[in-house]
Design a protein around this ligand. Structure first.
Ligand SMILES: Nc1ncnc2c1ncn2[C@@H]1O[C@H](COP(=O)(O)OP(=O)(O)OP(=O)(O)O)[C@@H](O)[C@H]1O
Ligand SMILES: [Mg+2]
Length: 396
């Protein structure tokens, strides 16, 4: 009986004929060395792929040094002994092999040797544990008729809506609480459209000259970023739109209303690729309890814009938190805490804003070693009175 030991072909092949598709086996019918591994005694012989003794007359060779075989061959036999043991389990698993498929047979043996060690339930549980709580942010794909295709990974779920409005020729007013990603959407929308991005943050002190540019005493016109976008094309973002002075908003209104605009130096035609995006924390109906300093926006100005509401995109928030490097279970703790407080604030009519900046900031502080308590104090509570804090965090 032949007891096969190596499942790989012999590197040095048959010393006489040079054939390499051979394996080592014990011929237990013939007296010879006792093999601890297979418990068989018999001569070492070379066998063919078919399992028959190699016909070249090499059957007298043994793996010992005395038979003249190289030590490389002997090492191979030693290594293969173990593999053969596990490969034996594969025989109950019938898979078609071809006579020339030595590599395939070796692969089969490997798979078979691993298969009994893999516990499907255990692997499924491990994968589930890794994926649990992981959500993937929106991937926005913009395909233009020109054939240009842009893919923006990790985008806000509203980026597609805002970009669609802009592609349709609309100007867009994005309204949402602080830190929900409005400015980032504006920047990514410009990227999606393939036009330059310009921005100006409005405050009650922002002057019309910051929008229109101005004439120097020597009579030279100083261009503004807005002029650049208006004349040459680009996306202009008016951030904090509801914080701007009414006179500036009137200038902006005029620029959107007409195909041309009076700048300090001359009349300028609006470029067909000029788009305007504004962002605000209110819908322009004046201050509310959380955003007390906001202006009411003139109805005619508001009328120029399509309005998109930008809330917290929880998948994006989680991905930003994960990017801080904090361990996943801690990130999930932070998110659970922040979201329960956010919900309480809304349900209890409180004016506090717990934006994604709070959750991301808290993850960052925890990742750098701050205690939970201290991170909550500096990123969420932020000096809130005991009374308000209890109202916000009480489960009732
Ligand atoms: N898609 C995104 N990918 C990566 N980071 C983002 C994304 N969206 C928002 N952020 C990050 O979240 C933070 C808040 O985003 P952003 O400034 O765009 O919000 P906002 O709504 O304009 O805030 P505010 O109302 O205070 O102006 C920023 O640090 C920004 O870098
Ligand atoms: Mg902003």
């Amino acid at each position: 009986m032949l007891v096969k030991h190596s499942k790989r072909t012999i590197r040095s092949g048959c010393k006489k004929c040079g054939e390499r598709s051979l394996y080592w086996a014990h011929d237990s019918e013939q007296p010879g060395d006792y093999c601890e591994d297979c418990q068989a005694s018999g001569k070492w012989v070379l066998i063919e792929v078919s399992g028959m003794v190699h016909q070249c007359g090499a059957s007298g060779e043994t793996p010992g040094a005395a038979d003249g075989k190289s030590s490389a061959d002997i090492e191979e036999i030693q290594a293969d002994k173990h593999e053969e043991k596990t490969a034996v389990t594969a025989t109950s698993n019938p898979v078609a092999t071809s006579g020339s498929g030595d590599a395939f047979a070796a692969f089969q043996s490997l798979v078979a040797s691993l298969a009994p060690k893999v516990d499907r339930d255990e692997v499924a549980a491990m994968i589930k544990a890794e994926l649990d709580g992981i959500v993937v942010p929106t991937r926005t794909v913009i395909e233009r008729t020109s054939g240009v295709r842009k893919v923006i990974k990790d985008s806000h779920e509203m980026l597609a809506d805002v970009t669609t409005d802009l592609l349709a020729g609309e100007h867009v007013l994005m309204v949402g609480p602080a830190g929900t990603g409005k400015s980032t959407i504006a920047e990514q929308a410009a990227e999606s459209l393939g036009i330059p991005y310009y921005a100006l943050s409005l405050s009650p002190m922002t002057a019309a000259s910051q929008v229109l540019g101005y004439m120097q005493a020597e009579g030279e016109y100083v261009r503004s970023l807005f002029r650049e976008a208006f004349e040459n094309g680009g996306l202009f973002h008016f951030d904090e739109f509801d914080n701007g002075h009414p006179s500036v908003l009137a200038v902006i209104n005029a620029s959107l209303a007409n195909g041309q605009m009076a700048f300090p130096d001359k009349m300028v035609k609006r470029h067909p690729d000029f788009r305007c995006v504004a962002s605000a924390n209110t819908y322009g109906r004046g201050p509310d309890r959380a955003y007390v300093g906001r202006q009411q926006i003139d109805a005619a100005t508001l009328d120029r814009f399509s309005i998109e509401t930008i809330g917290v995109d929880e998948a994006l928030e989680q991905s930003l938190c994960m990017a801080t490097g904090l361990a996943k279970d801690k990130v999930l703790d932070v998110l659970a805490h922040v979201r329960s407080l956010r919900k309480n604030a809304e349900e209890r009519g409180m004016t506090v804003v717990i934006s994604p900046r709070a959750s991301v900031g808290m993850c960052r502080l925890l990742a750098s070693g701050k205690s939970w308590q201290s991170a909550v104090e500096s990123r969420i509570r932020r000096g809130m009175s005991d009374k308000d804090w209890n109202k916000l965090s009480d489960t009732y």
